[in-house]
Design a binder for this molecule. Sequence first.
Ligand code: NDP
Ligand code: 8X3
Length: 251
Amino acid sequence: MSKIAIVTGATSGFGKAIAQRLVAEGWNVVLTGRRKERLDALVAELGGPDRAFPLCFDIRDEQAARSALVELPERFAAIDLLVNNAGLALGNGPAQDCDLAQWRTMIDTNITGLVTITRLLLETLIARRGLVVNLASIASSWPYPGGNVYAGTKAFVRQFSLGLRSDLSGKGVRVTSIEPGLSESEFTLVRTGGDQAAYDRLYAGAHPLQPEDIAETVHWVASLPAHVNINSIEIMPVSQSWAPFQIYREG
Ligand code: NDP
Ligand code: 8X3
């Protein structure tokens, strides 16, 4: 019997690569996202309805999430692995210039959406002695100019992951926070409002992480023996490291 994973935000980037990798490793997957045509194309690519099942909904909408999960066919309902991957950054300007609506969208997606799906699946995950893998970020731990609310949402994801582990003590459920740095995906187009030149500048010569690197990490975490919990993993490309603190000087 194949194990079942649900991967949120499977229509691009990390989520798509994670779904591809899990299916290659024998898992069957539930794929979520808002772009139906991409979900349907990925289901076909992954081997059709025996291997993958699409759930098209906006993760910010609790009722849509509830309805989608209820509609899961029996063969995909016993979920062993939840990959909380759907998320986004919007903008990278200083807080004083930011758009409040963009801040709310990040909070609603990266925090509210993530905790909603997690809560709705917790009973199943406990029954299955399953695994939760949350996509946080290096921004969870390391501040940078323009990170403001995005970084705050990812700090929440990291801390929520640790808290979940505490609450699930004795239940056999594992929880991991994955915290990637510079990674090449549509994330940067979303963050910059579709600015291809900004995308090209960011990644040029940097050999950023690729979605397949994150998929490899998720696969590794999920393939460890049931008594091993990876609490958190921070991953950067070799090209990325820390800069000095900034010091503002008068005059
Ligand atoms: P992408 O933009 O490539 O993918 C984001 C995914 O999230 C898409 O599948 C998108 O699906 C889904 N999503 C976004 N908003 C919603 C929503 N309201 N409802 C449902 N699904 C939604 O980005 P990445 O793959 O790079 O990012 C994946 C995760 O990894 C994010 O949480 C991101 O914060 C995190 N991360 C990314 C890094 C990077 O540098 N790329 C580094 C560290 C962490 P759709 O639009 O179809 O709804
Ligand atoms: C995405 C990585 O450094 O842009 O989470 O915040 S970073």
